[in-house]
Design a protein around this ligand. Structure first.
Ligand SMILES: Cc1cc2nc3c(=O)[nH]c(=O)nc-3n(C[C@H](O)[C@H](O)[C@H](O)COP(=O)(O)OP(=O)(O)OC[C@H]3O[C@@H](n4cnc5c(N)ncnc54)[C@H](O)[C@@H]3O)c2cc1C
Length: 297
């Protein structure tokens, strides 16, 4: 409080808890947070920072969830942390409404400076059926859901009565030929193959993991490094992944039916596929609203 009774601290409010927000907060901790006249607060819906580059390893059962998360309270010592859901931002009024707790009751947080780092959400490009039926690969819950699903498919396919449906039960389609898609497809493939020894009725040749990409190459991120890209592409083939690229289209997965088996149609290929699941790893759009909760300390 200053001599007029008002709080004279300069309030910096950071929204988000991903790479951008956490690195901004850590930088501010080093430069400003010791100053008693500055108050820094970070708001995130989860109480942990998620290391997304290794998310596929949780989906593929190679890592436990706690290996890729870091509690925000441990990462930030001088920045106040508010675990809640950002509902609205009043820019002229310099105020953010945040809800939290089981009752989701609202709080108003005032600021002098705002750092907006709410990231993005999965973009389904309006593809019919995909948003409702495909597995996204963005959050920890997405990865856990996908891993659970893979195990459930193996369990179901192993029964004698599943002999007619094994084709589609053991076909997994991953949409997106970028890093997230390639890594997810690789993890699914490794996980399924390594699990086969526990399922006496299942054989390697029954498994199909299809990687679909809209361009003529996979891993376009490695545009500059052709040799690395070629090596990665070869490696996907050696690991038994089926690749489908659709050179002129940006709509790789066209349609997914309501219940499994899903029927996937590729936009430019005269080909349909029956599969048990579609993991979707292409494109993002600006962040919107909440979905789920997990907590770590
Ligand atoms: C599977 C996968 C693999 C990836 N691999 C790589 C890689 O190898 N290399 C690479 O460079 N990039 C990779 N990326 C991309 C990288 O993760 C993103 O570029 C990066 O996370 C963007 O950081 P961000 O802070 O802008 O957003 P995000 O990481 O999305 O963080 C946004 C944060 O805001 C929170 N939030 C959103 N809305 C609200 C709300 N309303 N209220 C409260 N909190 C909210 C979210 O919970 C989240 O914590 C990968 C992404 C994925 C999904």
């Amino acid at each position: 409080m200053d001599c007029n009774g008002s709080d004279a601290r300069h309030r910096i409010l950071i929204l988000g808890g991903g790479f951008s927000a956490i690195y901004a907060a850590r930088r501010l901790e080093r430069t400003l947070a010791r100053d008693a006249k500055v108050e820094i607060t970070l708001v995130n819906r989860d109480n942990y920072f998620l290391f997304t580059p290794m998310l596929h390893e949780v989906a593929g059962g190679e890592l436990e969830t706690h290996c890729i998360v870091n509690p925000i309270r441990k990462l930030l010592r001088r920045v106040r942390f508010f675990c809640g859901e950002v509902q609205s931002i009043d820019l002229p009024g310099k105020r953010v409404t945040v809800t939290h707790g089981k009752s989701a009751h609202p709080h108003e947080l005032e600021y002098d400076q705002l750092v907006l780092a709410l990231g993005s959400t999965t973009n389904f490009f309006g593809l019919a059926g995909v948003e409702e039926r495909a597995f996204a690969m963005k959050t920890l819950d997405d990865a856990i859901r996908l891993r659970d699903h893979l195990i459930a498919q193996l369990d179901e396919a192993d029964f004698d009565c599943a002999s007619d449906s094994r084709d589609w039960l053991l076909t997994f389609v991953v949409a997106g030929g970028g890093f997230a898609g390639v890594e997810t497809a690789g993890s699914i493939n490794d996980f399924i193959h390594e699990s086969l020894r526990f399922y006496p009725h299942l054989k390697r040749e029954m498994i199909r993991v299809v990687l679909v990409s809209s361009g003529s190459v996979i891993l376009p991120e490695l545009r500059e490094k052709r040799s690395v890209r070629t090596t990665q592409a070869r490696s996907t083939r050696h690991r038994g992944l089926d690749r489908r690229t659709s050179p002129t289209s940006h709509r790789p997965v066209h349609r997914a039916q309501r219940r499994p088996p899903h029927r996937v149609q590729y936009a430019d290929l005269d080909c349909r596929e029956l599969c048990s699941s579609i993991a979707r790893a292409f494109g993002v759009q600006k962040a919107t609203r909440p979905n789920r909760r997990q907590s770590f300390l």
